[in-house]
Structures are given as C-alpha cells and as structure tokens.
Design a protein around this ligand. Structure first.
Ligand SMILES: [Zn+2]
Length: 338
C-alpha cells in the first residue's frame, strides 16, 4: 500500500532529453508483460456474476442522439489531493464501484484508431478515461481535442512510455531509418513532460485531469510518493484485457477477454488500448454485451484540473514546435532604427 502523504521528493536531474527530431511518433506498443505485485486478497475470485446496480435513469448528455443508448449510470468526482490510487491490482483503499459498475479506460493514444473508439462510445453515450502518451498527444493533437470535446476524461501515461522501474535509466529511441540510440531518461521528466504535452495538445478543447497511469503498471514507490506530492491520482486496473496480445484473435478475442473478466469480477476498472485497431473495433460489441448483461458505465472525473509545471510546459512546447520555441517577440528582435 502506498504511504499516503509521505513526502519523498525524488532528486533527479532535470536535464532535457531532446527527442524532438528523433522520434515524432510512438507506435502502438502495448504494454510489455507486466511486472506486477501479486494481488493480495483478490477481490473477485469466485465472486458471483454481475448483479446489475440498482436501476436508475441513465445520464445522457445533450449530444446523445440515441434514445436507447446505455448512457452513464453516474459520475464520480475524485479529489486527487495526496494522490489517491485506484484499481485493485495495486490499490485497495477505495472500493467505490457497485456490483455491475464499470469504468472504461484506454491507454497509449491518441492514435488514428482513437476516433473508432470515440464513435462506439458516442453511439452508446458513455464516457471513458483516456491515458494519453505525451509524444502521441503532440503528434495527433486534433484527435486528442476530439476526445476532450466529446466529454471524456483525459489523464496521462508518460512522455514516451518508458517503464519507470528505475529512478534513472536509459531508453532506446528510434532515430530514423530503423536505427536506435540509447539515451538517458529521467523518470520525473517522463511523467511531467507527458502531463504538460497532454495539456498542451488539449488546448481549449477541455482540460487534463490529474490522473496518471504508469506504463506496464510498474510503479516505483519513490514515483508514487512524488505523484502524491503533486496531487495526481494514480490508476492501476481492476482487470487488464491484455488486448495488446490479441492481434491474431482480433476484435472478437478482445470482446471475449473483457466480458469473461467482467463476469468473473462482477465490476471494475477495465484496461484497454485505443491504439490497436482490434481493440477499437471491439468497443461496439463490448458495449452491446455490457448493455445486454445489465452492466453500467461510471465516469470518473477530477474535482480540479491538473496543474502542470511551467518548466515542463516549456519543454513540451519546444517538442511541439522546435523551430519557433526559442523565438523572442518580434519587437525585441526587429526594430526600426531609421
Ligand atoms: Zn501503455
């Protein structure tokens, strides 16, 4: 269990690692096989199949065009002070979902496949959380703006999806023509620059929530403590679809995985990836089966927007527009003298 409010600020170099020209896009990677703590007292082994939550009118916002849509059953607001954790694989303090209630989460986007997910969610008027990678947010800002404009919750998932299992370490990045180069990375920068990039990409289309998920769910205590000092909520998962392994099985396999696990657990925060076409194409069927099974979708929202840090905003800005980032105002560069 993470010690809440233990202030153990990590001391790491803030030296910028410029990958701006090296790798603009971080392709679908899926999380590597997770290195997870064994669940203690698994919440659901042998739990009965879902019992639908008490009937109440679903919430459908004004943009909902489908009168028979699932809608969301309720919205929960999260006070992220101190960095609470969610998802029973790691955090067992807040068991807030009722039987049959589901929180949908999608990692690693935005990506050209994300609009397929958005369409499926919009058709049923349900909302999800998207944990975006900073690099991808700056590569596809218009797609992330669509996510925000549709009213979904947006959190972050590092700058370049490094698994943060060391306080400092090295990462391999593509430098073009298939070549790779090893560079140092700074875990704090991975987290903060990712958050700043996501905020920058959203722009005025919405706001970024202080919600964060570690790549591969590898969560070093010094970094969970750091996020606690930043008042950022951390998300593990109640169950992982392992959709990144299902390229062969396709959408059908993803749907089967999610629904079987949902039946077993009875409720939960579900982890999927919007960067995989087979997952994106499964969302429609997953929602149809959830609807038929009486499950309810709950939206998690943050009480306050994320406060990013100016030094990392500047780094993200530089990544977005490397040519103009150092430009001074015109009147300080060019002056009429005669
Ligand atoms: Zn990921």
């Amino acid at each position: 269990m993470r010690a809440k409010a233990t202030i153990l600020a990590i001391s790491v170099s803030l030296a910028a690692i410029s990958v701006a020209h090296a790798q603009r896009v971080l392709g679908p990677m899926g999380d590597p096989p997770p290195m997870r703590a064994a669940p203690q007292g698994a919440p659901s082994a042998g739990a009965p199949a879902a019992v639908p939550a008490p009937a109440s009118a679903p919430i459908r916002d004004a943009s909902c065009k489908n009168p028979n849509a699932m809608g969301i059953s309720r919205v929960v607001e999260i006070d992220t002070t101190g960095g609470p954790g969610f998802g029973f694989e790691h955090f067992k303090m807040y068991d807030f979902l009722q039987p049959g209630e589901v929180v949908l989460t999608f990692d690693d986007g935005p990506w050209p496949t994300t609009p397929i997910v958005l369409k499926a969610l919009a058709d049923e008027c349900v909302k999800a959380i998207f944990f975006s990678i900073g690099l991808n947010a700056l590569t596809f800002p218009e797609i992330l703006k669509q996510v925000a404009a549709a009213g979904h919750t947006i959190g972050s998932h590092t700058w370049s999806h490094q698994v943060l299992n060391k306080t400092r370490g090295s990462m391999q990045i593509k430098i073009g023509d298939g070549k790779r180069e090893v560079r140092d990375y700074d875990p704090k920068e991975e987290i903060e620059k990712g958050m700043s990039a996501v905020r920058l990409a959203i722009g005025d289309a919405g706001f970024e929530s202080p919600f964060f998920r570690f790549p591969a769910l590898v969560q070093p205590p010094e970094l969970t403590n750091y996020l606690g000092t930043r008042n950022v909520a951390m998300f593990s998962t109640d169950f992982d679809s392992f959709d990144f392994k299902m390229k062969k099985g396709g959408a059908e396999a993803v749907t089967k995985s999610v629904m079987e696990k949902l039946k077993k657990h009875g409720k939960g925060i579900v982890l999927m990836h919007d960067v995989h076409a087979w997952t994106a194409n499964a969302v429609k069927d997953i929602l149809a089966q959830m609807k038929a099974g009486g499950y309810k979708v709950v939206q998690m929202k943050a009480k306050e927007p994320l406060q990013t840090l100016p030094e990392y905003d500047a780094m993200a800005m530089k990544e977005m527009n490397p040519v103009n980032a150092n430009a001074r105002p015109m009147n300080s560069v060019i002056r009429t003298v005669e």
